[in-house]
Design a protein around this ligand. Structure first.
Ligand code: PMV
Length: 311
């Protein structure tokens, strides 16, 4: 039996968001979603079997205490895979901020699943790994793969058809720009936020329809390499998701004044003919979408933007 294994998984940013679960235990989504992965941004995880009674979890070399919310989540996720007389030591190295709306949990759970697959020599398929990662964090189902990834919501109550698959299209000119305004952990996790929205927001009723429409538009934008359609659809999808949150009770607002300023700046630039769009997750940071030909101008306009080449 192997005693240690390491794996890397990249973060992903949804262009059509996952927001709302039909099963909170199995992380089964109400709608299908589509993401772009962030190349070398993500999590490297080393899992070791240790002769100990309790697990040890480290994030960027700092041990997580038992009262930290991440501790209980890791433990619950790992419980079904325990070997008698061993505990897990999990070392997570992130090159993105933790829980700041940059899909850190997606990368972490996908990397844990890939490392377990190595450690226990399961030889699972991508589909099986995606289903397992989904149990840790919904969006992690999309981090098993790279490039454009679609997570099928599925129909089965046991979640056996709710997994992510790579689209067979590369778009080498596409760029994602990370505008990191805040690296602090968010006060309300996406898990809690989406549950509150589903339960209390009257605007949530329109969300499944929006997501279904946007998924179709995004897939045709990708196959036709129609950047305006991709950008406009992704931006509208993110804003519509945030609108459902605003109508929650109590209201849920992840944007800060800086986020709003940045949105105006992006809209102003578009009016001037620069083709740049944004998307936003459960945090104040925005992610820019643009093409390689505009990279120089974007880097001049946005201080500290980190440009990712997904392909
Ligand atoms: O997978 P979770 O529970 O971290 O939820 C992700 C939610 C969003 O990032 C807002 C949307 C998405 O599809 O990634």
């Amino acid at each position: 039996m192997k005693k240690t294994a390491t794996a890397f998984a990249c973060s992903n940013i949804a262009l059509c968001k996952y927001w709302g679960k039909r099963d909170t235990q199995l992380n089964l989504p109400i709608n299908s979603s589509l993401s772009i992965s962030l190349a070398d941004k993500g999590a490297r995880v080393t899992i070791s079997l240790i002769e100990n009674n309790t697990d040890q979890y480290y994030v960027n070399h700092t041990q997580i205490s038992a009262d930290n919310t991440h501790y209980a989540r890791f433990k619950k996720f790992l419980d079904p895979f325990r070997k008698k007389n061993y505990a897990f030591k999990i070392e997570i190295d992130l090159n993105i901020p933790l829980a700041a709306g940059l899909a850190s949990s997606a990368a972490i759970y996908a990397a844990i699943v890939k490392a377990l697959n190595e450690l226990f020599e399961w030889n699972y398929s991508i589909k099986q790994l995606s289903i397992l990662a989904r149990l840790g964090s919904g969006s992690a189902s999309r981090s098993i793969e790279t490039g454009f990834v679609e997570w099928h919501r599925g129909e089965m109550p046991d979640g056996s058809d709710s997994f992510a698959e790579r689209l067979n299209t590369a778009w080498p000119e596409l760029r994602v720009g990370l505008c990191i305004l805040e690296t602090q952990q968010k006060k309300i996790s996406s898990r809690a936020g989406m549950q509150r929205t589903v339960e209390t927001s009257i605007l949530y009723q329109s969300w499944p329809q929006q997501a279904e429409r946007d998924l179709v538009r995004l897939k045709s934008a990708i196959s036709e390499k129609n950047f305006e359609l991709l950008g406009a659809t992704a931006e509208n999808n993110a804003l519509a998701m945030h609108a459902t949150m605003l109508a929650s009770q109590p209201a849920l607002l992840y944007s800060t004044p800086e986020t709003i300023c940045l949105m105006h700046k992006i809209w102003d630039l578009r009016e001037k003919g620069v083709s740049v769009y944004f998307t936003q997750d459960a945090g104040p940071n925005l992610k820019l979408l643009f093409l390689a030909k505009d990279a120089e101008q974007i880097e001049t306009e946005f201080n500290n933007v980190e440009v990712i080449k997904p392909f």
